[in-house]
Design a protein around this ligand. Structure first.
Ligand SMILES: Nc1nc2c(c(=O)[nH]1)N[C@H]1C(S)=C(S)[C@@H](COP(=O)(O)O)O[C@H]1N2
Ligand SMILES: [Mo]
Length: 192
C-alpha cells in the first residue's frame, strides 16, 4: 500500500497492485549515485508520476492548494523531497519492474521512485508514503554543510545545497574505489 497524504481533502491508500491498472510507460535510463557510481541502460517500467498525480491526487486536492514539493518515504524510513516540476518530468516513474521483472529487495520492492535526471538519493525505494506539500517541508540535513541539493539534477551536478558540484567532484572521484569495495561487502547500494 502507498499512502497518499498532505494538502488533500482526504488521504487515500493506493494498493501497489493498482499500478498495473493505470497507464504505464517503459524507460531506459542511466542511474547516477551522488557518491560517484553509475549503472547504465536500466529498463524500468511503471506508472509515470504525472499520470498518478493527475488521476489519483489532483481530484482530491484541497481547494486552491498549489503543490510545490512532494516527499517520498520508504518502508525503511528513507525520505526524499522533490520539487513539483521535477516530479512531473516525463521520465519520472513509480516503477515496479526492472528489466521486466518485479523489483527485488535490493532495488526497491514493491515500488520505487525513478527519476533518472536526479541523483540516486532522490529515487526512494520501497515506497510506502507520498506527501503532497504546498511549501518545502523540513528536511533533516537542512543546516548540515553537506546537506543534499534540493533539486539534485545530475546534468547540473547539483550534489549539495551549499557546495558547488565541481568543487566536490575530485573528492567523490577519489572515493569511488573505496565505496565500491565497501558496497561489494553487502550494502544494498551495491553498483550493478
Ligand atoms: N528506501 C530507500 N531508498 C533509497 C535508499 C535507501 O537507503 N532507502 N538509498 C538511495 C540511494 S543513496 C541510492 S544511490 C539509490 C540506490 O539504488 P539501488 O540500490 O537500486 O542501486 O537508492 C536510493 N533510494
Ligand atoms: Mo546514493
Amino acid at each position: 500500500m502507498i499512502e497518499l497524504v498532505g494538502a488533500l481533502t482526504e488521504s487515500r491508500t493506493l494498493p501497489v497492485a493498482d499500478l498495473a491498472t493505470l497507464p504505464r510507460r517503459e524507460i531506459e535510463a542511466d542511474f547516477h549515485c551522488v557518491a560517484g557510481w553509475s549503472a547504465t541502460g536500466l529498463r524500468w517500467e511503471g506508472v509515470p508520476f504525472e499520470t498518478l498525480y493527475r488521476t489519483q491526487v489532483e481530484p482530491l486536492l484541497e481547494p486552491g492548494a498549489q503543490i510545490s514539493h512532494i516527499a517520498f518515504e520508504g518502508l525503511d524510513g528513507f525520505r526524499s523531497v522533490v520539487s513539483f516540476d521535477d516530479a512531473v518530468a516525463e521520465d519520472v516513474l513509480i516503477a515496479d519492474l526492472l528489466a521486466g521483472r518485479p523489483l527485488d529487495s535490493d532495488h526497491g520492492t514493491p515500488a520505487r521512485l525513478v527519476s533518472p535526471g536526479q541523483y540516486g538519493f532522490i529515487n526512494t525505494k520501497h515506497l510506502c508514503r507520498i506527501e503532497f506539500h504546498t511549501a518545502e517541508p523540513p528536511v533533516t540535513d537542512r543546516w548540515s554543510p553537506l546537506a543534499s541539493h534540493p533539486r539534485a539534477r545530475v546534468w547540473h551536478e547539483e550534489r549539495h545545497r551549499y557546495l558547488p558540484g565541481r568543487l566536490v567532484r575530485p573528492v567523490y572521484r577519489a572515493l569511488i574505489g573505496p565505496i565500491r569495495a565497501l558496497s561489494a561487502r553487502g550494502s544494498h547500494n551495491r553498483p550493478r
